[in-house]
Unconditional design. Sequence first.
Lengths: 383, 560
Amino acid sequence: MPSAAGHGAIVMKARPRFLPREALQSLFEALAAGGYRCVGPQVRDGAIVYADLSDASALPVGFGARQAPGEYRLEERGDQRCFAWANGPQALKPLLFRPQEPLWQARRGADGRIQFESAAAPRERRAVISVRACDLAALALHDKHFLHKERDPWYAARRADLLLIAVDCSHPADTCFCVSTGDGPAVEGETDLALTELDRGFLVRAYTAEGAALRDALPLREATPEELDEAEAQIAQARQSQTRRMPDRNLRDALFANLDHPRWAEVAERCLSCGNCVAVCPTCFCHTERDLGALDGTASTHLRRWDSCFSAEHSYLHGRLLRPDTRTRYRQWLTHKLGGWHDQYGRSGCVGCGRCITWCPVGIDLTEEAAAVCAPSGEGPVP
Amino acid sequence: MTGPARSPYLPWEAEVVGRSQETRDLFTLRLRLTNRGERERYTFAPGQFNMLHLPGVGGVPISIASDPAQSEILDHTIRAVGRVTRVLAELAPGNRLGLRGPYGRGWPLREAQGRDLVVITGGLGCAPVVAAIAYAVQRRDRFRRLVILQGVKHSADMIWRSRYDAWARLPDTEVRLARQGLDRPQGSGHRALGPGPLRPRPGHRPGVRARADDGCQRAPSDRAGRSRGPNLAQPGAGLPVRRRPLRPLSARALLRLPGRTGLPLRRDRLAPRRQGVLALTSPVTRPMPMRPPKIASRKPRLAVHKFSSCDGCQLALLNAGENLLALAEIVDIVHFAEAGVVDEEAEADISLVEGSISTPQEIERVKAVRARSRWLIPIGACGTAGGPQALRNLADAPAWIAAVYPHPEHISALPTATAIARHVPVDAELPGCPVNTRQVLAALSSLLLGASPVEENEKVCVACKRKGQVCVLVAKGEPCLGPVTVTGCGALCPGLGRDCYGCYGPAENPNVDSLTGWLSARGMDTEAIARRFQYQQSGAPVFREAFVQWSKRGGHDSGD
Ligand SMILES: Cc1cc2nc3c(=O)[nH]c(=O)nc-3n(C[C@H](O)[C@H](O)[C@H](O)COP(=O)(O)OP(=O)(O)OC[C@H]3O[C@@H](n4cnc5c(N)ncnc54)[C@H](O)[C@@H]3O)c2cc1C
Ligand code: SF4
Ligand code: SF4
Ligand code: SF4
Ligand code: SF4
């Protein structure tokens, strides 16, 4: 596995070097030469999405994005920056944990026997450009989930073939709160290569052997002290710009002590139980399964697909829905994400990316809900 | 095997080596992995479960109810509650299925060694504890007292009647059974149960809903073959057990599959739609006694009927290409006017019904179709909710007819256009305007395997996000109905950059108030909001209500 992510890769002391803006295409060329299929951010359908990308000019040059609860709008910045926005609706999750994929096929022979055959794990070297600090924190959580005892073969294969090129966040959105969860905005390892975008170019740091090989293929020069200062000021500014915050890094006890809080019913008045928050959340991992049978009954494909605790099926057991209403479904989402994860993975399941706030069709803000539920009784949400 | 790293998700083939019926809807399957090496490797702890897979139908988690010391034989005690378990119920020795597991943590029985072991269960939760009890019984000397407590709501859940006594006869072993006092049969208020082995508890106050714990009584083991628990409720004691009626058992699967005999094609009767409770869309009301077809002698029969509609849904089947040819080989298409096969009177195993009921003649005709069909499945917005023509339900149809036609007396129309299920019981529904080929074929393939079609109950948003589409509501402010609409279309419209207009109808647990409130607060005018609910699904109660409510706010009379 090329990237660090706690899998025994060599973590190097990263000394930044400088890549002039005009030379950014050299990164794509080096990736192509290394046999990587490259995935990166680009503008599509009014948002910055991640898809195949082989040319620097296809990056969202000069674009920014304004994000607010339930609202996302692209903005023209009028400059040459490629990464001056916080995040789009998705980043790594759909690349590693596919929204829908076959797990196995079953075939019924003429003798009545059934043969089960596993879907092949894909092998393809992929590089993802513009992974953010929150995405890396979420990736570490997904690694814990999918690569524990019984490794998920498909996740493991894609993960092993993944090269990460991270970017420090210079322009957090209004919905971001990674500072309060301790997951950003600066990239501090857990990636192969990291970029800091400055006005005239990029600081480049390598953290793994693969990252270093890539770095060495780029036309870099030493970074000047001014450039290093500019980068530092930029990150400090990014930190300060974040006003939203999660009330605490560990809300486990407070949440579970407040399962009957009236706030759950209040948020259920607004919540659509649509599952958009779960779908965009980089750490949620629930799935459901489906069988697609051939008409003649001789073969079928077993699929897994993303699910969410907002769907009826998620709590369907033995003819009953254990969570029949939105109050209990929203409560499941928040108490699992911010509570139960501490028991399962040793930390909160929220990395502060703010996606669930932006992409909630009615702008529900989990930091506000968490604050309201966990506030000592009689107090409103933490301002 | 597929190399050294076998996928943990891949089932092993298992063979049914025994089957017993425990109660009316509860049965035990005895399974054996067919791969010898794996059979020998397989171990489990009491409390663990397996996933049982019926290819083409689905997989369900089921606890292992046998003794872990004999892990080559795996008993699964299953209640037939739904589409997969009902097909499992029909498996016979020699049939094959998929099994993977064991999963779950199991109980730390070793930690209880040298101490009293108290096993407490509720309801069908007692299925897996049999494994724990068997474990303890096999190693009786390692534990001190063994106490088995089982509390159930319904006496039908006391599934181990024969074993309670056997256990109670063991040395230093106690079996206590508690049943919640009052069963509540469907819709008929409180009724008490009084099945044979349950007896009134002396001194118990009548009419009080007892807590399970105050009903604990030692099950006397003095009489062979029957252990006894309390009957906590006096009034009505002695009445026969009232359970949900089971569906007719006689029908068989439509397809003959090697290695799977006797699969049923029962018409699953679905619970009436209760908003926010169950996602089920079919308001089925009563079982229809049907004569089972003699499947050995003929192919399953498919009919496609049309009522008030545009024929668009039938195209889903007509345009199925190769799949239509494949289907034609498997089934006899006995009536499908759009495809040129006409025999309205033909009996059919599966009848797909397009269109709504909008004339008095159609009421009679749909009743006749019902009588000639084993499975009747309305398709499309018209068949499931009335369709675009249900707009007449919001207006004064006779007045319109009088205004439009020079000779209204020649028009024979009902004042409303309504869903098929309003007139006859239906067995499943496929919504959509129109339904799509994938949806219809999936339903048919499930039916042919003897299982009711999987009911779609995800919202359009779920499908939209799986496809990686950019949300048009959040990124463009379009008034998308995806969050309150059931999918089946696969989020087609948002994928083309436009907002969902709800053609598959309301999803389960829809919060229309919140969504419309949000749109209104962002400047969408009241009339435009009302119109959103006035397309193909105005006949669906949730959308109709939204239309009426927003029309009123806009100062318009919904009856216009
Ligand atoms: C760990 C574990 C152990 C279990 N052990 C046992 C046991 O030993 N014995 C036993 O009898 N049962 C056991 N159960 C329960 C058993 O798994 C369910 O009764 C069974 O899955 C029902 O499946 P079905 O296909 O018959 O039901 P259906 O109701 O037809 O469900 C079929 C599928 O469709 C989905 N579905 C159906 N209806 C809805 C709906 N309204 N809303 C949303 N989704 C729906 C369900 O998710 C399910 O996957 C166990 C469950 C668990 C989790
Ligand atoms: S819960 Fe929301 S803010 Fe937190 S990681 Fe998930 S999407 Fe991001
Ligand atoms: S928050 Fe909900 S969807 Fe996300 S991982 Fe937890 S249970 Fe699953
Ligand atoms: S919080 Fe928002 S995104 Fe999540 S289910 Fe509720 S309405 Fe949908
Ligand atoms: S575009 Fe519509 S269907 Fe898709 S996520 Fe947004 S609201 Fe839901």
